[in-house]
Design a protein around this ligand. Structure first.
Ligand code: URA
Length: 467
């Protein structure tokens, strides 16, 4: 295949310097690349620089050619590849991408040629960036500092800004800062600000929840699944220093064989794993992960025997639960108790809990009107539910309503559509069913009877799993 471009410039001419605003300036690169490609400027005649870097010794600063009037058509796959590859730390990335863009003008099918050295090289850059984005999402650890959650992270590539949306969505109700050497992100619950890079010493390195997190990690660490090489691949050593649980990795690996034998015999009680449900309950009393604690009377944690085989997850405590401090004691709890009885389940053998542990409401006169928790509140509270389930390791987890489904599986969608489909969870199976309040809200008896029969059938299914 020939790659001669009919450029006006020759490599003997002084290359032109194109200056981009930032290391991750995809829009700036795209705009410049469109203009240069339309003016048929050779890739060899362009030097790409970022910010105030001193001009290339052999390059000259020139105005960019004017923008083309028509669209420059490029394959969609190229845009996606370029958006990722631009974030790579390799200083040659802008130039490589421009070179590929010029070649695509001659042969748009080139993007599909994964054996082509240029395509392969750029795919490699994009892959490394995607991996780094994933690592940041997985390994950022927040520590509480005066009501704000602060994390320190050292990315390999320029992925911080590109990942900001993920953290805003995931932790929308918390105030947080992510500090990195090049840039810092600050979310105050409503707006995202950017600040300059920071130093590791500016991030706190301990808080009250750290011990809980370490204990949790120890409890979910499954020695039977331990593959050290795979683990190192997923959690490279360079991230360990900022992750509290990493301090546990060496002793956990060392103790893995002994623990595997114990687990195989299935005689490990939650208490032997160093943390109890009571301990968690006390920690949750002080939870400030979202603002719901401010108006609620108290945290309503899960309740039930530590060896329960079935966990039932509701949405959040209601008015009565908030006052009493126990889950499912109000009207919805009565419907649930009736359905459990009909399904042949002993309520005393079941662990009852909620996706969100504080009552969310608005005051109307003297009445406290239930408000559905939002995604951020559910996600913030998932911390606790994960630990409850991690300790209990139930055979079946029944999710009552959409909030429970989101909390346990991360999925969204109508309960009716998810019902009846077994969900495989890290511990046992998941059963989706109607929330008892939904049954109470049905407009007529027949509809309520049908919904309740469905709940009973789902509880029976959980009971079968737990046998
Ligand atoms: N609704 C729930 O989801 N949980 C309770 O604890 C009470 C009502």
């Amino acid at each position: 295949m020939t790659r001669a471009s009919n450029s006006q410039a020759t490599t003997r001419e002084q290359p032109r310097v194109v200056r981009l605003a930032a290391e991750d300036d995809f829009d700036g690169w795209r705009d410049a690349a469109r203009r240069l490609a339309s003016a048929k400027i050779s890739p060899d005649a362009v030097v790409w620089q970022v910010g105030e870097d001193s001009a290339d010794l052999f390059g000259t600063e020139q105005e960019l050619p004017s923008a083309p009037s028509g669209e420059l058509r490029v394959p969609r796959a190229f845009i996606e590849l370029a958006q990722a590859a631009v974030l790579h730390r390799d200083p040659g990335r802008f130039s490589l991408l421009y070179r590929l863009l010029v070649h695509l003008g001659e042969n748009s099918g080139l993007i599909e040629d994964h054996a082509d050295p240029l395509v392969r090289r750029i795919e490699g850059l994009a892959k490394a960036v995607r991996r780094d984005m994933h690592k940041m999402r997985a390994f950022v650890r927040f520590r509480e500092l005066d009501g704000t959650f602060v994390a320190w992270f050292e990315p390999e590539h320029h992925v911080v800004r590109a990942n900001a949306g993920f953290f805003v969505r995931r932790f929308s109700t918390m105030r947080w800062s992510i500090l990195t050497p090049e840039i810092s992100l600050h979310w105050d619950g409503a707006a995202l600000r950017e600040g300059p890079g920071a130093d590791r010493s500016q991030a706190p390195d301990g808080d009250v929840l750290e011990e809980v997190w370490k204990a949790y990690y120890a409890s979910i660490f499954n020695p039977a699944r331990l593959k050290v090489s795979a683990m190192l691949k997923e959690m490279p050593r360079r991230y360990w220093k900022n992750m509290p649980e990493a301090q546990l990795i060496a002793p956990l690996i060392a103790g893995a064989q002994a623990r595997e034998a114990t687990m195989t015999a299935q005689v490990v009680a939650p208490t032997e794993r160093g943390i109890t449900l009571d301990g968690l309950r006390k920690e949750a009393d002080a939870c400030r992960r979202c603002p719901l604690w401010k108006d609620a009377t108290q945290c309503v944690f899960g309740e039930g025997p530590p060896d329960a085989r079935i966990v039932v997850v509701g949405e959040q405590p209601g008015d009565e639960e908030d006052r009493a401090g126990h889950p499912f004691v109000g009207p919805a709890g009565q419907v649930l108790a009736r359905a459990m009885e009909e399904a042949g389940l002993d309520r005393g053998r079941i662990y009852l809990t909620n996706a969100v542990k504080h009552f969310k409401f608005v005051l109307r006169g003297k009445r406290r009107i239930h408000q559905t928790p939002n995604a951020g509140e559910i996600d913030a509270c998932r911390w606790w539910l994960d630990q409850e389930i991690g300790l209990l390791r139930p055979a079946a987890t029944v999710m009552l309503g959409a909030s429970a489904v989101r909390s346990v599986t991360g999925r969204t969608g109508a309960v009716g559509a998810l019902r009846g489909k077994g969900v495989t969870l890290a511990h046992g199976i998941g059963v989706v069913s109607y929330h008892p309040s939904y049954i109470l809200r049905q407009p007529d008896r027949e509809a309520a009877r049908e919904a309740e029969a469905a709940l009973v059938a789902d509880l029976k299914r959980a009971a079968d799993e737990a046998k």
